[in-house]
Design a protein around this ligand. Structure first.
Ligand code: PMP
Length: 408
């Protein structure tokens, strides 16, 4: 019965163009990767879909640090943080992260998590108790949505980047504790939340601002300090979440907030307490990554990334047909929004045939009718790579729109 039920659902997804498929990478993350598609042989692809924005995932500075960390601390942590899994590598990293973010979250303490998903669940479930209301931006990442679902707080959704509506909702608050919860860089659109206006609202309404900076940390701001630095914000009312598997090139996530907030997470956050601590070697490698981000090479890579973003945006804007649009984004996330699932899949397949890998993103990850190719560019791409992508999009767009005219 179960298998028949699942087979029917899989068939429905297939018919709607919503079935997702795994591909296996046979080389480190980078602009070119050896990929085995589900039904094909190993091929080299030009990759425009990773979140390794600074090209750090395969960098020897980090792979060496990971190996050194493993030699020093072993392969696994052995238990959860509150048992015997909390190592010096975790503690050192937490101190470094709190110092790194101190210009923006003064007197903060940091807590390291295995993943960003778990950090988001931790923050929203531990802080979102029955005394609280969570004011959640409608385009928040799935992990924030799930955190809000699991929390005992009242949950109020506000429209995308609509500060006025949020203001009105905050005025009607029925609980003493109010948390505004938002992505800093929206993961499927690449645009920024108006964090300055949101912090002003938080201050005015005695609320707190929870910022998920998964795609801003390492990329934006001075030294890669992220979105708070980009906006020049500093406040004790901020609960900042950064992830470490994207621009930082390794894995994990962290929360920086007032020590009382962090101490409460240690006591109450189930995704912190009831899971094995990540390998200390991971924390050791992240410490190396942090030094890299803040140093001169980090700055050089961010400058290179900004050049590629400009080149990509200008190039795509010149070749997209009028029915498609680019997101309004200055970040490495540059979606080509085509609308329906079938067109997104066809465009992805056409690029794939040219050796370019940009998967189609479809509902429920994005709202219905906004299927897209989520193009991401990194500092590891060179000018020629970006030119190749633009030319491939131009040819694919031409073919798809000629066919649409014939069929129409
Ligand atoms: N927040 C956002 C905005 C994300 O895009 C992601 C990952 N795609 C996460 C959180 C989860 O982070 P992690 O991959 O470390 O679990």
């Amino acid at each position: 019965m179960l298998l028949e039920h699942l087979e029917r659902q899989l068939a429905t997804r297939e018919a709607q163009g919503l079935r997702r498929r795994l591909r296996v990478a046979h080389s480190p993350c980078g602009p070119r990767q050896l990929i085995a598609p589900p039904d094909g042989s190993l091929t080299a692809k030009l990759v425009f879909c990773s979140n390794d924005y600074l090209g750090l995932a395969g960098d020897p500075a980090l792979t060496d640090a990971l190996a050194e960390g493993a030699r020093r601390y072993g392969a696994g942590s052995g238990a959860s943080h509150l048992i015997n899994g909390h190592s010096q590598a975790h503690a050192d990293l937490e101190e470094a992260l709190a110092r790194f973010l101190a210009p923006h979250v003064p007197d903060g303490r940091a807590l390291f998590f295995c993943t960003g998903y778990m950090a988001n669940l931790a923050v929203l479930t531990a802080l979102g108790d029955a005394q609280a209301t969570l004011y959640c931006e409608e385009l928040n990442h799935a992990s924030l949505i799930d955190g809000a679902r699991l929390a005992r707080a009242e949950v109020v959704k506000y429209p995308h980047n609509d500060v006025q509506s949020l203001d009105a909702l905050l005025q009607q608050a029925r609980t003493p504790i109010k948390l505004i919860v938002t992505d800093a860089v929206f993961s499927m659109d690449g645009d920024l939340a108006p964090l300055d206006a949101l912090l002003a609202l938080a201050e005015r309404h005695d609320a707190w601002l929870v910022v998920d900076d998964a795609h801003g940390f390492g990329v934006l701001g001075e030294g890669g300090r992220g979105s708070l630095s980009h906006f020049g914000l500093r406040s004790e009312r901020i609960v900042y979440i950064g992830t470490l598997g994207k621009a930082a090139g390794v894995a994990g996530a962290f929360v920086v907030a007032q020590p009382t907030v962090i101490e409460w997470l240690v006591q109450a956050a189930r995704t912190y307490i009831y899971t094995t601590a990540s390998p200390p070697a991971v924390a050791h490698a992240v410490s190396a990554s942090l030094a890299f981000l803040a140093g001169e090479e980090g700055e050089r890579r961010r400058a290179r990334l900004r050049q590629r973003i400009g080149q990509l945006r200008a190039g795509l804007a010149a070749v997209l047909p009028s029915a498609w649009r680019l997101g309004s984004s200055d970040t490495p996330i540059q979606p080509i929004i085509v609308g329906d699932n079938a067109t997104a899949l066809e465009l992805a397949a056409a690029l794939d045939a040219e050796g370019v890998w940009v998967p189609a993103i479809r509902p429920p990850t994005v709202p219905p009718g906004t299927a897209r190719l989520r193009v991401t560019v990194t500092a590891a791409h060179d000018e020629g790579d970006v030119d190749l992508l633009i030319a491939a999009v131009r040819r694919a767009a031409g073919r798809l729109s000629r066919r649409a005219r014939c069929e129409g």
